[in-house]
Design a protein around this ligand. Structure first.
Ligand code: ADP
Ligand code: F6P
Length: 375
């Protein structure tokens, strides 16, 4: 293979110098963000020839599509591509292999991640991060594309501080990354959960029961809120909102029963509490036969939806374009239908919340009391 040489101009180095002087003049402490920029810019004197790619944290459908896009775009642009297996664990252990066009054949429709994923405690330590940067140099990896969540970006930022430029792509079903409206895997996970809840509705209705369904989202109610609306659930419990058993469940059941309804679906986000305990309490206090269903890790698997495949492909492409342009240490996201990217420090500070309109939609259309409707 002949690799295209990616050269970075002295103009950018001048920018680095002036930033540095400004910092000296004002006497301010050099913050992490500036450090990050400086590290990135100082790397520009070198050439990026080889890009490493890894997946980290919980897997998500569409990660393969992202890996495929990173590898194919990288090869197309003349970079050498290295796949790192099992996240930062694999980096520390040197579990790497050179990737070619065929390495990513037939994976766009597959769930999971062909690069495997892991959580790596050692990488949270200074020693682990020093070792990681050293490993990159040893393996000839000049820059890294990391597909994962906030934790994975923190790991990659530690490498950026040690002179290995990074780009982060949002890969998690939870959609809990502040700098993006959308994360890879979120759409598939919601559709998987919805399909399961539709099936549950059949049996819940046949038996006049109450089904309490726990969906994933330890700290985020995006999946819960959306599937509650889409499945026509009677109530949803979200980690972002305090809940009161009497007001939010028991009163609602009583009110809804007046309309003749005899079966109930309640969606609980994982972060709220135990579905089984909630089902037990409903049964004890209303006499309605209740069951708990925990959808669990099934939501993380399966063939990605069209939306996840397309967005993951666009983001993977964008990651390599940014590296090619010398725009380092950034997180790629989507605002509406548009690709965006932010400096990693800024991205890690960004927060987002549930759309209050969607919360209201959910509450409004789940109330079935005739009295309220007329009043
Ligand atoms: P996610 O990337 O989905 O947020 P985790 O929080 O589990 O998932 O993080 C994935 C991996 O990223 C961790 O196992 C660890 O190796 C690395 N990581 C997480 N937080 C940090 C941190 N503060 N500093 C360095 N590495 C981190
Ligand atoms: O992928 C995100 C997520 O599914 C969270 O909703 C959940 O809390 C967590 O991962 C569980 O992951 P694991 O079982 O792999 O620790």
């Amino acid at each position: 293979l002949e690799f295209r040489r990616v050269l970075f101009r002295s103009q950018s180095c001048c920018k680095a110098t002036s930033l540095f002087r400004e910092e000296e003049v004002t006497g301010k402490r050099v913050n992490e963000e500036l450090n990050c920029k400086l590290e990135g810019i100082s790397r520009m004197e070198k050439q990026i020839k080889t890009i490493g790619v890894l997946t980290s944290g919980g897997d998500a459908p569409g990660m393969n599509a992202a890996v495929r896009a990173v590898v194919r775009t990288g090869l197309h642009k003349g970079f050498r591509m290295i796949g790192i297996q099992r996240g930062y664990n694999g980096l520390l252990n040197g579990e790497c292999f050179e990737m070619n066009l065929r390495s990513v054949s037939n994976i766009i429709s597959a769930g999971g991640t062909i690069l495997y994923t892991a959580r790596c405690l050692e990488f949270k330590t200074k020693e682990g991060q020093d070792k990681g940067a050293e490993k990159c140099r040893e393996l000839g990896i000049d820059a890294l594309v990391v597909i994962g969540g906030d934790g994975s970006y923190r790991g990659a930022r530690a490498l950026a501080h040690r002179g290995i430029p990074m780009i982060g792509l949002p890969g998690t079903i939870d959609n809990d990354i502040g700098c993006t409206d959308y994360t890879i895997g979120y759409d598939t996970a919601m559709n998987t959960a919805l399909e399961m809840i539709d099936k549950l509705r059949d049996t819940t209705q046949s038996h006049d029961r109450c089904s309490v369904v726990e969906v994933m989202g330890r700290n985020a109610g995006y999946i819960a809120l959306n599937v509650a609306i889409a499945s026509g659930a009677m109530a949803v419990l979200l980690p972002e909102k305090e809940f009161d058993m009497q007001r939010d469940i028991l009163d609602k059941i009583a009110e809804t029963q007046k309309t003749g309804k005899r079966h109930f679906i309640i969606i609980v986000a994982e972060g709220v509490g135990h579905a089984q305990e909630i089902a037990n309490e409903i049964q004890a206090r209303t006499g309605i036969d209740s069951r708990a269903t925990i959808l669990g890790h099934v939501q993380r698997g399966g063939s990605p939806t069209l939306r996840d495949r397309v967005n993951a492909s666009a983001m993977g492409y964008q990651a390599v374009c940014l590296l090619e342009q010398g725009k380092y240490n950034r997180i790629v996201g989507m605002k509406g239908e548009k690709l965006v990217d932010y400096p990693v420090d800024e991205a890690l500070e960004m927060t987002k919340g549930l759309d209050p309109v969607l919360v209201d939609v959910c509450n409004t259309i789940s109330i079935r009391s005739e009295e309220r409707r007329v009043g």
